[in-house]
Ligand binder design. Structure first.
Ligand code: AMP
Ligand code: GLY
Length: 428
């Protein structure tokens, strides 16, 4: 089979490398990809010259010319735009849910109502389009509040607050301050206290196959300081979280599949539960209808099953035949970000600097480099062109061993103005 991965980040680089190793896949195309990932042998751009206008129709025409069979959709915005529906209707085998099912991620209000209807544990909540109703809810609430924009906001539409005044200010900034944000509708919910885990599975509509439970590091700086980001690092460990948490998470996957069926929504692809564990009880914070970035960069290196074979199991609805993928080693992934990331203050990112990576790191069998926000400079050297530039993954018998490999490699990469967290995988 020939495969196409849609997307341009580190997650797509990891998926493409997973497919390149598959015994079922002869060719791997990526669109649009990035200048770094195409340096990995065996990954090709879909177009030799980037099209002036990127569209699902254009992707389908080119993919057909190249005899692509399988399309794996990486990012949520393409799923929310109906790429999976369109490409399936064009006869491609697609990994990625329908536009209707993608509302689980693209609308927080839709997701919360779904959780409530199907008995999925989640924080108490209230949805509204009115500032005064939101303020009344805040005044009456006997708990701290998290204020969320209803729509896709790449992590920027969620404000965790401590006081009623802060909660009201958050409502104003998301609903009323049109310069800053432009939300039509808000979800207000009880602030949960605990630790988070990302539970990621492949689902075929009837069954699910757990790829793993990863810890994501959302804040920009060490010790969970600074603004929320897309994710600054990820860790995968054996036996984490504990058995009771895994059992409760599996119940949520099952209830979600039952709910999707009940609503007649088709779903074949990755499913990601953003979970918060409070007093050993699992609460679902959010659904993502795709795999995580950077979680994928620790999950794929740990896969013991051929990724192409797994995708065929999804397409043929045979996931129930497989036992979940559990790690026996620790995997640590650390993201190198451009200065200024995540640009909350609107001052811009420190971009277009050359990235220097030693050759032995590019070919290392101990550390894998996944490229994200990189482009090709005029002199043929890679330059940074996005917030998250690249990330490194290594594995070890414990997190310490994996950390040493990653952090040693990071000292050898040079990029002006860049930074990374130094505490990813550090045991407290
Ligand atoms: P979300 O996009 O809904 O996952 O929210 C982004 C981040 O905000 C989560 O990963 C949590 O760190 C935090 N968050 C969201 N909802 C809550 C909640 N109810 N209680 C505490 N933290 C939350
Ligand atoms: N790392 C969190 C996400 O992919 O949404």
């Amino acid at each position: 089979m020939k495969a196409l991965v849609l997307g341009s980040g580190g997650r797509e680089h990891a998926l493409a490398l997973g497919l390149r190793k598959s015994s079922l896949i002869s060719d791997v195309y990526v669109h649009p990809g990035n200048a770094g990932l195409f340096l990995s042998g065996g990954l090709s751009p879909l177009f030799s010259l980037s099209p002036a206008h990127d569209s699902k129709e254009g992707v389908a025409i080119r993919a057909r010319e190249l005899n692509v069979d399988l399309v794996v959709i990486g990012p949520e915005n393409l799923l929310a735009q109906g790429y999976a529906d369109f490409l399936s209707a064009q006869g491609f085998k697609v990994i990625g849910p329908s536009q209707a099912a993608a509302q689980l991620e693209s609308s927080k209000g839709f997701a919360k109502a779904f959780m409530e209807q199907y008995g999925i544990p989640t924080a108490t909540y209230f949805t509204t389009q009115s500032q005064s109703d939101a303020e009344q809810f805040i005044d009456k609430a006997p708990f701290s509040i998290v204020v969320k924009a209803d729509e896709l906001a790449q992590g920027k539409g969620v404000i965790v607050t401590d006081s009623k005044a802060e909660a009201k200010a958050a409502v104003w900034s998301l609903l009323c301050d049109k310069k800053n944000f432009n939300s039509e509708k808000l979800v207000l919910e009880r602030r949960l206290r605990g630790y988070e885990t990302s539970a990621i599975a492949l689902v075929d509509g009837d069954s699910f196959y757990i790829l793993g439970y990863a810890q994501d590091y959302k804040r920009a700086f060490d010790s969970d300081q600074g603004p929320n980001t897309g994710g600054m690092g990820a860790v995968l460990r054996p036996n984490w979280p504990g058995a009771s948490i895994q059992r409760q998470s599996e119940e949520i996957f099952q209830k979600t599949l039952d709910g999707l069926k009940d609503r007649g929504l088709s779903y074949q692809g990755f499913m990601f539960l953003g979970l918060m564990i409070e007093d050993d009880q699992v609460f679902l914070l959010e659904y993502n209808v795709r795999s995580g970035d950077p979680e994928t960069q620790v999950l794929i290196p740990n896969l013991k099953v051929d990724l192409g074979v797994l995708f065929v199991h999804v397409l043929e609805k045979k996931l129930h035949k497989l036992t979940h993928n559990t790690p026996e080693q620790c995997f640590v992934h650390v993201v190198l970000a451009s200065g200024g990331y995540p640009d909350i203050a609107g001052r811009g990112l420190n971009l277009k600097h050359p990235i220097s990576i030693p050759h032995d790191l590019k070919t290392s069998d101990q550390v894998t480099v996944y490229y994200a926000g990189v482009g090709m400079g005029g002199d043929g050297r890679l330059v940074n062109k996005g917030g998250r530039v690249l990330g490194l993954t290594a594995c070890g018998r414990n997190t310490q061993e994996a950390r040493e490999k990653v952090y040693d490699a990071l000292t050898k990469i040079k990029l002006d103005g860049s930074f990374y967290r130094t505490d990813i995988g550090q045991e407290k």
